[in-house]
Design a protein around this ligand. Structure first.
Ligand code: FE
Length: 160
């Protein structure tokens, strides 16, 4: 009986690993300070463009966002809830048309989810506090993380 349990445990661990074949996905974190608004409330709180990206997982046009070439020192917070997400120190020009960061300020501030939309397998990043869509993370970033957090300008707000 014990052996069967070990086998089942080993099998389920293996099944978990095989789902994470893009980027080392972190488990979804349940924050007790999460913001929950109805979609009607979000529509009132956000501009139509922000609503499209943050709540409907849209993507702003490349090279169109206000932070693509932004270089001031400070931090970037979630445009929907103000959660502190990225430091300017980790920002780099990836040449992709969207603001790119090599790291998040704190990995508990974002949630990583496998995204199979648009005929690709990507890792979506959402704000852990409000669930807003921020962008995607790719494994072609600079050292030391090797990651590229490709973020919509409209999902973030710069603070000096
Ligand atoms: Fe947020």
């Amino acid at each position: 009986m014990k052996n069967i349990i070990y086998l089942l445990v080993a099998f389920s661990l293996n099944a978990c690993n095989s789902q994470n074949n893009t980027i080392n996905l972190k488990p979804k974190i349940q924050m007790n300070n999460q913001i929950s608004k109805t979609e009607e409330e979000w529509k009132k709180a956000l501009s139509p463009e922000q609503y499209n990206v943050l709540r409907e997982k849209g993507t702003e046009m490349p090279y169109s966002g206000k932070y693509y070439l932004h270089k001031e020192k400070g931090i970037y917070v979630c445009a929907a809830c103000g959660a502190e997400l990225f430091k300017s120190d980790s920002k780099f020009d990836a040449g992709c048309g969207w603001p790119s960061f090599s790291n998040v300020m704190d990995s508990s501030k974002v949630v990583y989810t496998k995204d199979k939309s648009a005929g690709m397998i990507r890792t979506e990043i959402t704000c852990a506090k409000c669930g807003g869509h921020l962008g995607h993370v790719f494994d072609d970033g600079p050292a030391p993380t090797g990651l590229r957090y490709c973020i919509n300008s409209i999902s973030i707000e710069f603070k000096k």
